[in-house]
Design a binder for this molecule. Sequence first.
Ligand SMILES: Cc1cc2nc3c(=O)[nH]c(=O)nc-3n(C[C@H](O)[C@H](O)[C@H](O)COP(=O)(O)OP(=O)(O)OC[C@H]3O[C@@H](n4cnc5c(N)ncnc54)[C@H](O)[C@@H]3O)c2cc1C
Length: 295
Amino acid sequence: MELCTRIQDRFPSAAVQGDFSFARHTTIGTGGIAAAAVFPRSGHELAELLTWLQEEDIPHCLLGAGANVLAADAPFQGVVIKFSRMTDIALLPDGNILAQAGVTGGALLRFAAGRGRGGLEVLSGIPMTVGGAVAMNAGVSEGHIGDFVVRVTAVCNGKLTELNEQECRFSQKDSIFLRKKCAVVSVMLRTRACYSDEIARRRCYFLKKREHLPKGRSMGCVFVNPPEGSAGALIEACGLKGMRVGDAYVSLQHANFIINEGRSSRDIDCLIRLVSERVKRRTGIRLREEIQRLP
Ligand SMILES: Cc1cc2nc3c(=O)[nH]c(=O)nc-3n(C[C@H](O)[C@H](O)[C@H](O)COP(=O)(O)OP(=O)(O)OC[C@H]3O[C@@H](n4cnc5c(N)ncnc54)[C@H](O)[C@@H]3O)c2cc1C
């Protein structure tokens, strides 16, 4: 039986889409077609779905804004779980913000600013959903989303679970959610009372710092900075700026960005491997990939 029909038979009220294009839902603009995508509306729906997918041995993956992923070109005979219907957000009486996994970075910052709650401006301009950002511990040198996390509700091994900040085990571009393949449902974020002009000033400051980032289709930084320093500086020192495979090239502006002008994840994957090999050969440093490969 076709995968969409099987899902719809088991979950009659679920929002299901067939032939889901990774290329259309990732910032790099590549990737093949998945047989089905499901758009859960709540943590309970998500938990039931994940349990069933596991029992039925159906491959699946989680997708936020698709800003840090490289999806394979081959068709995916599985299910993409997309969080775009989980976008509730609320200000709690203690000043914390409770946001579901599918809330985008822009929506989160607008919501906080509109209620005079500050702190999160360090995340300005980062393409993200709350779920993807928590999984990746997204941020900049001045702060990461993990710094603001009070508690996360997630589905781990099919069960809805609450984790405090320590249990999330945030580290550089990493968290328990990536390591254990737990799905973030909602996140409680600490904020502070702030005047709106102060929030606006901080937002401008962080957005301005991003002006030098390359334009064009990318996944942001490809590699995590190693203890020896900046991954971009290392790649540049190895003379790899501008290196090209097919339609993908190492940005001339920022060597840790790969810009895609075509439709093939294969070119990008090839280029990532080449850059990694050259850096290893010339410096002895093994770069860890920041980008996540799907499915
Ligand atoms: C132009 C550009 C600039 C960028 N700048 C920055 C930057 O300054 N700082 C930075 O940290 N990053 C940056 N990034 C990378 C990216 O924005 C972040 O990693 C962001 O957190 C990705 O969020 P997302 O929702 O797009 O997650 P996705 O890319 O969709 O997913 C990333 C990972 O999280 C998993 N995931 C997604 N949703 C969930 C969920 N609900 N529960 C559990 N796991 C989930 C996915 O399976 C995948 O493994 C940049 C990217 C681009 C394209």
